[in-house]
Design a protein around this ligand. Structure first.
Ligand code: G3P
Length: 215
């Protein structure tokens, strides 16, 4: 399972990369705005240079086919790590089909149903991004969406990867792994939380006390 960090904050990306377990980065317009990014392309280039061969999802702002194609082609030319992130709308699906024919990787975002995931996969999306936390927020079971997409993709040998998004905590991540999501994208704080267990802290404290007795 690959781990992506879901942020446009360069310090968080640097810290996550330094952990040695980071496989990529996802961003979206809200995350870019939160960081006050003005030169989006320069910011993507910096992110790409920070993650080695890691995959970096860069989202288009346009919602019409021509606009999505224009922005997506420019984003893809910025760096070989870039995957073009496209919203799950009819114009976006048409664009994903063309990007696929041009050999440009895509991430279909804002997926909230299995039917949407299947449509994106049929258009050739490299990734689909189901937002499980946002489904949980409105009283639906986000994890059952991951399970359903996994089942459908396995039924037909679909190669589109499931990029579980809107992950809020450790249990989400563990359950995504159990369901067979290919990738999980998480805020930096969630990645930090994966390391933690009070028994690890307690055990280490005791080991250190005993080590001091030895020498
Ligand atoms: O980047 C897409 C997704 O991970 C957003 O998560 O927490 O805004 O629902 P969230």
């Amino acid at each position: 399972m690959r781990f992506f960090v879901d942020t446009a904050n360069l310090n968080e990306i640097r810290e996550a990369a330094a952990m040695g377990i980071l496989d990529g980065v996802t961003t979206n317009p809200s995350l870019m705005a939160k960081e006050g990014v003005k030169d989006v392309n320069a910011h993507y280039k910096t992110i790409c240079e920070m993650v080695g061969n890691g995959d970096v999802s860069a989202e288009v702002f346009a919602t019409d086919y021509d606009g999505i194609m224009k922005e997506g082609r420019l984003l893809a030319q910025l760096h070989s790590n870039i995957t073009v992130k496209v919203p799950m709308i009819p114009e976006g699906i048409k664009a994903i089909r063309t990007f696929t024919e041009e050999g440009i990787r895509t991430n279909c975002t804002l997926i909230f149903s299995s039917a949407q995931a299947l449509i994106a996969a049929k258009a050739g999306a490299t990734y689909v991004s189901p937002f499980l936390g946002r489904l949980d927020d409105v009283g639906h079971n986000g994890m059952s969406l991951i399970a359903s997409i996994r089942q459908i993709f396995s039924n037909y040998g679909i190669e589109t990867q499931i990029l579980a998004a809107s992950i809020r905590h450790t249990l989400h991540l563990v359950q995504c792994a159990e369901m067979g999501a290919d990738v999980a994208t998480m805020p930096y704080k969630v990645i930090e939380g994966l390391f933690k267990h009070p028994l690890t802290d307690k055990g280490l404290e005791q080991f250190l006390k005993d080590a001091a007795k030895i020498g």
